[in-house]
Design a protein around this ligand. Structure first.
Ligand code: F6P
Length: 324
């Protein structure tokens, strides 16, 4: 787009490891294209409050390896209202922001779509440890979160084996079981419980009992936070059956969102950031960068936000088949 002189960049929703390398790539690609960059602090809340600050090459130095987001993030209810969005548009107008890069998850990308529908040029970048965005194989932060989970499960298995215990380990992911499913496979869990595939609690108890009978010294069950009934209820039911294993619960929680991004996440974030900025310069809008295979392709924000990402049944079957 000929008339773009200044772009804004914000991070929104839950933070994800890799947001910082993405910001760095946006800023430095924009500088390479002779554009100015304004960092928007505090997500959409910062957008409608006019919390803008110029970002130069040095401002994004030394952040590649840092988790979290230097721009900070928020979940903004105000931005979901029409007056809130109008205020955001006025703030951008008076600060001279011509186009925007939004780095965030599902809700953040829907926010980006609403700006596009008001005629404002915007490109979205999927960043969420949940990996629940339709149209892209991977979001920023997923690989790092997975490695954190797997590291925790490896450690929990050590103590589980020493004590002959069943461990229920809860992962994040809202209504999406991606993290639990993938972590379960690569850490050799005895069972994975995800919201997409209902399982009767009796079957869970049976699986724990079978693991004990087969002579296992531990039983690792990875439970996605969206699974029902919740982790504590399942643990109580297992404990009440006095199967042989003592039972413990570990809720991994926000530790999954922190930590330095893996090489994979740094590379993905860097490619997304550079790609998104180039798209804006070419006058493309209403688009999200998506990893499809090894390629980064643009897909419409409309498509990305109006479809539900499905989990692969193949992975579920693999997890079940290998848990012997
Ligand atoms: O969307 C990312 C995520 O970490 C989810 O997995 C989790 O359900 C939620 O955010 C937690 O949100 P908050 O950080 O606001 O407690």
């Amino acid at each position: 787009m000929e008339n773009i002189k200044t772009i804004g960049v914000l991070t929104s929703g839950g933070d994800a490891p890799g947001m910082n390398p993405c910001i760095r790539a946006v800023v430095r690609t924009a500088l390479d294209k002779k554009l100015n960059v304004l960092g928007i602090y505090g997500g959409y809340e910062g957008l409608l409050n006019g919390s803008f600050r110029p970002l130069g090459a040095r401002d994004v130095g030394g952040i590649l390896q840092r988790g979290g987001t230097i721009l900070q993030t928020a979940r903004s209810n105000n931005f979901q209202t029409i007056p809130g969005r109008m205020k955001a548009l006025r703030e951008m107008n008076s600060a001279g922001v011509d186009a925007l890069v939004v780095i965030g998850g599902d809700g953040s990308l829907r926010g980006a779509l609403s700006l596009m529908q008001e005629g404002f040029p915007v490109v979205g970048i999927p960043a969420s440890i949940d990996n629940d965005i339709y149209g892209t194989d991977m979001c920023i932060g997923v690989d790092t979160a997975l490695n954190t989970i797997v590291d925790a499960i490896d450690k929990l298995r050590d103590t589980a084996t020493s004590h002959n215990r069943a461990f229920l380990i809860e992962t994040m992911g809202r209504k999406n079981g991606y993290l639990a499913q993938h972590a379960g496979i690569v850490s050799g869990a005895e069972m994975v419980l995800i919201p997409e595939i209902p399982v009767e609690i009796e079957s869970v108890i049976k699986a724990v009992e079978n693991a004990y009978i087969r002579g296992k010294t531990h039983c690792i069950i990875v439970v996605a936070e969206g699974f029902e009934p919740n982790t504590t209820v399942i643990a109580e039911r297992i404990a009440a059956m006095k199967i042989g294993f003592d039972t413990r619960v570990t809720i991994l929680g926000h530790i999954q969102r922190g930590g330095k991004p893996t090489a994979f996440d740094r590379m993905l974030a860097t490619r997304y950031g550079a790609h998104a900025t180039r798209l804006l310069v070419e006058g493309k809008t209403g688009i999200m960068t998506a990893l499809q295979g090894r390629e980064i392709n643009p897909i419409s924000l409309e498509e990305a936000t109006s479809n539900k990402k499905a989990l692969s049944e193949e992975y579920f079957n693999l997890a079940t088949m290998l848990a012997r």
